[in-house]
Design a protein around this ligand. Structure first.
Ligand code: ATP
Length: 497
């Protein structure tokens, strides 16, 4: 019996208990808007970024990568439009929760329960005091009851100062997306790498947004990581009879969807959502989100936008530098169009965990197992000694761990009986456990020689086979490279029962 039972509380609790994700600054009461990745979380997160980079940057002839600074020239955010969007100071009513522009609150009539008239309700013209009690508006103009919060700048960018002087000239921002660095470096990358369109630039890194309503664990935080690609195409080209930008947009939607499926997300939990015309960002010709059925419901996992030539043109205008591509065939300079597949690392991690989570019943007992794709699993192999009192077994187990750890994240654990050790590894998604026992090392007192084999146990099927120690690295590599377990296991004997 198996069921995916990953509600958010279960994931939060597993994450904390097993070292995936901790509340940031928890000993000080924590904060709901940022989270820390623990020893297993950092492995999982690194694995997600590593396979993304390998599959989308390293393996593709039409992709290169960069790693840009979080702090950029402030004009970048002027040119990109980030500075001018969402910069209104907003206030919220603590009672009715209505939200107002702080500079507009006194530009509307206000509701007043007048203390001089036993609390009678009046609607008073904008900006005027009450004719009975003389009070001016201090509370919510709509409900007349709630206090207003202090004005907050709702520009989502975190503002900071560069250099020792905190004056306006030194103001800069923590990047709210990684994308802009790819536009700003477009010409550097083009020239240094001698690229031909179409080509893309990929980058994974931190972004910061002062989200008004962060929450839902790592789904929406104020500091997060993105994996973004800007894929530049020649807008005058046609591929398969279609404009190149439209063709490549569809290709990237397919490739991104296939990527999430490949690393284990269930097809039933993924869908595409086309942005409506009135919802499109001002720069976008078309945007499609990949949505995942998170424990909080269907929500954006990543977005794939056709940003046209908006960004390159904006940066050319503000920097005064030409950001064009010379089309040899047509002998003309063109501003490339760009397709942007933009994913969140943390959201991907949440989706992979939620999808992998299973509660199963095994011989009358509950087993929690994270059926993570082996490439993503934080620990690839756990080496477990069957008897921790036997020095020779423990020594052999440590030696095997050290040997395998040259290649993968491998742990040794002898802090419980074998059944419990298996369950612990299942719960964190370790695909393979190796057990070293008396049979491996033999029993010198009885004059028995060991068989030099260890038991490999596969997480999902819980099947076991005995593999000679010298073959371990090759076998684990084969399995991690995607060989099906039955094919590999079929070559080896089962343990003696
Ligand atoms: P949302 O609509 O959820 O705020 P968005 O459309 O603003 O997201 P993009 O600007 O397209 O997001 O960013 C690309 C990806 O970065 C998102 O699909 C998401 O995975 C991730 N992301 C964006 N904001 C956050 C955040 N505050 N916390 C975690 N991940 C985020």
């Amino acid at each position: 019996m198996s069921m995916g039972a990953a509600n958010m509380d279960v994931l939060v609790s597993l994450s904390k208990r097993r070292g995936f994700v901790f509340q940031s600054s928890e000993i000080y009461g924590g904060t709901g808007s940022v989270w820390d990745y623990g020893p297993l979380g950092v492995e999982l997160k690194n694995n997600i970024k590593r396979v993304w980079w390998r599959d989308f940057v390293q393996q593709r002839a039409d992709m290169v990568g960069i790693d840009a600074s979080i702090l950029m020239h402030p004009t970048v955010w002027k040119a990109s439009g980030h500075l001018d969007h969402f910069t209104d100071p907003m206030v919220d009513c603590r009672e009715c929760k209505r939200r107002f522009r702080a500079d507009h609150v006194d530009a509307q009539p206000w509701t007043h329960y007048c203390p001089a008239t036993k609390g009678n309700k009046f609607t008073i013209p904008a900006g005027e005091p009450c004719g009975h009690c003389g009070q001016r508006r201090t509370l919510c103009p709509e409900c007349g009851k709630g206090e207003l919060t202090a004005p907050r700048q709702f520009n989502l960018m975190f503002k900071t100062f560069m250099g020792p002087v905190e004056d306006e000239a030194a103001v800069t921002y923590l990047r709210p997306e990684t994308a802009q660095a790819m536009f700003v470096n477009f010409d550097n990358v083009l020239q240094s790498m001698r690229l031909k369109l179409p080509f893309g630039i990929g980058q994974a890194g931190r972004s910061f947004r002062n989200e008004i309503t962060p929450g839902n664990f790592i789904f929406r935080t104020r500091e997060f990581e993105q994996m973004e690609i800007e894929f530049f195409v020649n807008p005058n080209d046609r591929v398969e009879g279609r404009p190149a930008d439209e063709y490549w947009h569809d290709r990237w939607i397919e490739d991104c969807m296939a990527w999430f499926l490949r690393y284990g997300l269930a097809a039933d939990n993924l869908r595409l959502r086309e942005h409506e015309h009135d919802e499109l960002a001002h720069y976008a010709k078309r945007t499609v989100d990949i949505e995942y059925k998170f424990p909080i419901g269907w929500s954006e996992l990543m977005g794939i936008a056709n940003r046209t030539d908006f960004d390159l043109k904006q940066h050319a205008k503000w920097s005064g530098k030409s950001l064009t591509y010379f089309d040899e065939e047509r002998k003309e300079h063109v501003v490339p169009f760009v397709v942007e597949p933009a994913a969140g690392v943390d959201r991907a991690l949440l989706a992979f965990m939620a999808d992998a989570y299973r509660e199963e019943e095994v011989r009358g007992e509950k087993r929690v197992v994270l059926k993570l794709h082996p490439e993503l699993a934080p620990i690839k192999v756990a080496v477990l000694p069957l008897l921790k009192k036997r020095d020779d077994i423990v020594r052999a187990a440590h030696a095997i761990r050290a040997d395998l750890a040259k290649h993968w994240r491998v742990v040794y654990d002898d802090t419980a009986a074998i059944g419990r050790l298996y369950r612990r590894q299942d719960e964190v998604g370790t695909p393979y456990c190796l057990t070293v026992d008396v049979q491996t090392v033999g029993d010198t007192e009885r004059g028995e020689r060991g068989d030099g084999r260890v038991t490999i146990r596969e997480r999902n099927s819980m099947e076991q086979v005995r593999v000679p120690v010298p073959e371990l690295i090759a076998v684990i590599r084969e399995l991690l490279d995607g060989a099906p377990w039955p094919q590999v296991a079929g070559r080896y004997p089962s343990p003696r029962s």
